[in-house]
Design a protein around this ligand. Structure first.
Ligand SMILES: [Zn+2]
Length: 398
């Protein structure tokens, strides 16, 4: 209950203020439309709003539902007769819409309002939307519709214009870390700040995904670290990334290929490895250009380790490496031998292949059939690059 209440966190301050004031001033709209990415608190907010409207411990709707009355408890357990949560993905036809309209004419059983929460409402068919149109515009006075969607552009404009629209933004890493910290303390989960940050970054701004992962890692019988989180989430750990980066920085071809092979053998896909490396190189570039902006880092390698590593490369080399990784990520979609392509890409990141004198030449992109080709084409004297050039023939349209 406490967790659900805190779901409307700072990013959605406006939604909280507006909904609270609507309840305080009894200006309840007939229809609300909550939109935003998954896991940003739309359905949870809809439930809290329903509790606020129907809480039995006050004489009128309240912005602080008690959470213990029969109405609040039944909404919490999805057993309320007055609050219907409808999955529009599986009830998307015109007949479902008509049944819903029929139910809306019935008076509430215990609470003040009959509330319909339509989850994933963009899945409704055009006919179903049209059938609901009139009812959403002028429902009986005791009815409130709350439509939730992750894809606002799929909802008919005529429906959108009849609803009060609330945009639920994804949460920042700091907001998720803060929230996870509260949950971890309440649940006595032993987890460090770096592990919480790793969870937050993996969840792409969605609190539900973050809480799921926290619940999963909490089953470990030891102090949870960022490496645990990455292992469980199937990501590349900080130690593994550091091994790759150290091998690259010291021109150690054997170690580099060995680490790459071990990672692939342990089930990590080349795409995942490249994507993690891309993020780490992006962080290295940030450290080069803004050494004090620690908060801008998004990868799982710590600031202290990156700062030491960053001394091995200059800005141009990091920039070229990033371009190389990005291209390799694109090519992986078209190649049938991703592991080989990963090795080629990693070898191309070796600093010995990025002589400072050559960086200028690299900016001159060769042209083939009117298309830009990978800039590393100038290194045709190197064996690896010759192999690389074979891929160019198959290079996908950019
Ligand atoms: Zn209550």
């Amino acid at each position: 209950m406490q967790i659900a209440k805190t779901l409307i966190i700072p990013q959605n301050t406006f939604a909280r203020v507006l909904l609270t004031n609507a309840i305080k001033h009894l200006q309840i709209a007939p229809a609300y439309l909550f939109t935003g990415s998954r896991g940003t608190g739309k359905t949870s907010t809809a439930r809290i709003f329903a509790k606020s409207l129907n809480c039995l411990n006050t004489k009128k709707p309240t912005d602080q539902p008690c959470g213990i009355c029969q109405s609040c408890r039944s909404i919490e357990t999805s057993n309320s007769l007055d609050v219907s949560e409808i999955d529009a993905a599986s009830n998307n036809g015109v007949d479902d819409a008509r049944a819903l309209i029929e139910r809306s004419t019935l008076a509430p059983v215990a609470g003040r309002y009959r509330i319909f929460i339509l989850d994933e409402c963009h899945c409704l068919t055009g006919n179903a939307f049209n059938a609901l149109l009139k009812c959403i515009e002028e429902p009986p006075p005791h009815v409130v519709f709350i439509l939730c969607t992750t894809e606002l552009h799929k909802v008919l404009p005529t429906i959108v214009s009849r609803c009060q629209v609330f945009n639920f933004r994804t949460l920042s890493v700091q907001a998720i870390v803060q929230h996870l910290g509260i949950v971890a303390d309440a649940e006595s989960i032993s987890i460090d700040e770096e592990a919480l940050t790793a969870i937050a970054r993996l969840s792409d701004g969605g609190l539900r995904d973050a809480l799921q992962l926290l619940g999963q890692v909490s089953l470990l019988d030891e102090d949870i670290t960022a490496n645990h989180v990455m292992e469980i989430a199937g990501g590349v750990t900080e130690t593994e990334l550091m091994s790759i980066l150290q091998a690259i920085s010291t021109n150690n071809t054997f170690n580099l290929l060995q680490v790459a092979r071990l990672l692939v053998d342990s089930g990590k896909t080349p795409k995942l490895i490249l994507s993690n490396l891309l993020q780490t190189y992006r962080d290295l570039l940030i450290i080069k250009s803004a050494p004090k902006e620690q908060s801008l880092l998004t990868g799982c390698v710590s600031y202290a380790q990156l700062k030491v590593l960053a001394n091995h490369w200059n800005f141009e080399t990091l920039n070229l490496s990033l371009a190389e990784l990005q291209k390799a990520e694109n090519y992986l979609r078209y190649t049938v031998n991703a592991a080989v392509w990963l090795e080629v890409c990693l070898l191309n990141l070796m600093p010995s292949l990025f002589p400072v004198s050559a960086t200028k030449t690299l900016t001159a992109k060769p042209v083939h059939d009117g298309k830009l080709l990978p800039t590393v084409g100038v290194y045709t004297t190197n064996k690896v690059k010759c192999l690389n050039s074979q891929f160019w023939c198959l290079s996908p349209p950019m």
